[in-house]
Design a binder for this molecule. Sequence first.
Ligand code: HEC
Ligand SMILES: [Cu+2]
Length: 415
Amino acid sequence: MQKMLGLARFAALMSSLLASGSALAYTGAKWNLPEGVTEISHEVHGLHMMVFWICVVIGVVVFGAMFYSVFAHRKSKGAVAAKFHESTTVEIIWTAIPFFILVAMAIPAAATLVKMDDTRNADLSIKVTGYQWKWQYEYVGEDVSYFSTLAKTSNKARQLQSGVDVNTVDNYLVDVDNPLVLPVGKKIRFLITSNDVIHAWWVSQIAVKKDAIPGYINEVWTKIDEPGTFRGVCAELCGRDHGFMPIVVKALPEDEFKAWLAEKKGGGEQVAAAATTSVMPAAATMTDAAPAAEAPVEVAAVTPAPAAAAPAAAAGKSKEDLVAHGEKVYKGNCAACHQVTGAGMPPTFPALVGSKVATGPKAGAIAQVLKGKNMMPPFSQLSDDDIAGVLTYVASSWGNKGEIVQAADVAAARK
Ligand code: HEC
Ligand SMILES: [Cu+2]
């Protein structure tokens, strides 16, 4: 009877602890993982809370049993320790229970992970390139590309003896000059890479955190539910100014985004071409681009192509233009394996000099670049212009005499 009463009291105590615990967890939301503004971020938050509560229950049960035993079977009450060796039953139980708990946590977690990885059918692709110590954003196929660096106000205040009280600076160290502008309600695919060391692009409210690794392109996606400004930071120690390369994402309603993009195109901050050459200096492998082989992603633009580009595409570019553009694309994307000289590194990476595919019918070369082959990753993330340029460059360099490829040919091959 005494024992029963003790247990009941114990249970009451524990349940009241639990109740106050949950109240604390919710009122103290600022200490918790942010819920974010995407379906995935809600799921991640849900998983986090589920695992948290499982841990709480385990903690309470284990420590409860321990404290209860210490208290109820203390020496002063004349408790005598039981003497036994090995209990198969107990061992099976304490192996099986954690096993099932882990499985129960792994099932929903795996489902969310699979969803996170599915970058197919994106409406817009953004290439994110990390630099020491800034980010570059490239709206794939839109001819819009710019750098995003620490806001001047923060940069000034952070200097030694700047005399500025950092508490007076808005969004100190989490503000930038040019935020990444995105449309809400659209599936956005990020192609994340780096130009120098490993960085990581992390904006927790849109549930994106991915390493930016030179020579690799990591894919991740988001679909933002509501307009707003979301802040993040580089999450991989990348050198002296690692703490000074924040990320700001500004999500706009679709029509405002379109207007912004149109203005950006007109405004012409065209650093895209110049930057292409410096991206991915030593691409040895691009394993993460491989899933695209199973499911080639169409880089569908949110906005229609600008009017100016349409006649050009119809008439086609001159060979000189194609070659000039293609050379940059080649050096940025292909030279790592096929070498600047086109000599390749046989036997693994074939020479493009005299290559039957490169100089043969253009359909073959286009297919090779769009879909990849064996060790060659697909390059469907490049724009039609880039692929047309690079293939024309390859077909007419180093003594090669092949066909000119126009963006329209590539567009047709994507269908
Ligand atoms: C990661 C290394 C790698 C990169 C980067 C790469 N390729 Fe390749 N490429 C290969 C490999 C490997 C093959 C041979 C594939 C096979 O036939 O098994 C190949 C084959 C080719 C061929 C056919 C050659 C032949 O005669 O069989 C062409 C054309 C080609 N690549 C063009 C390109 C272009 C254009 C780019 C840049 C957009 C590029 N490659 C980037 C590895 C690469
Ligand atoms: Cu960094």
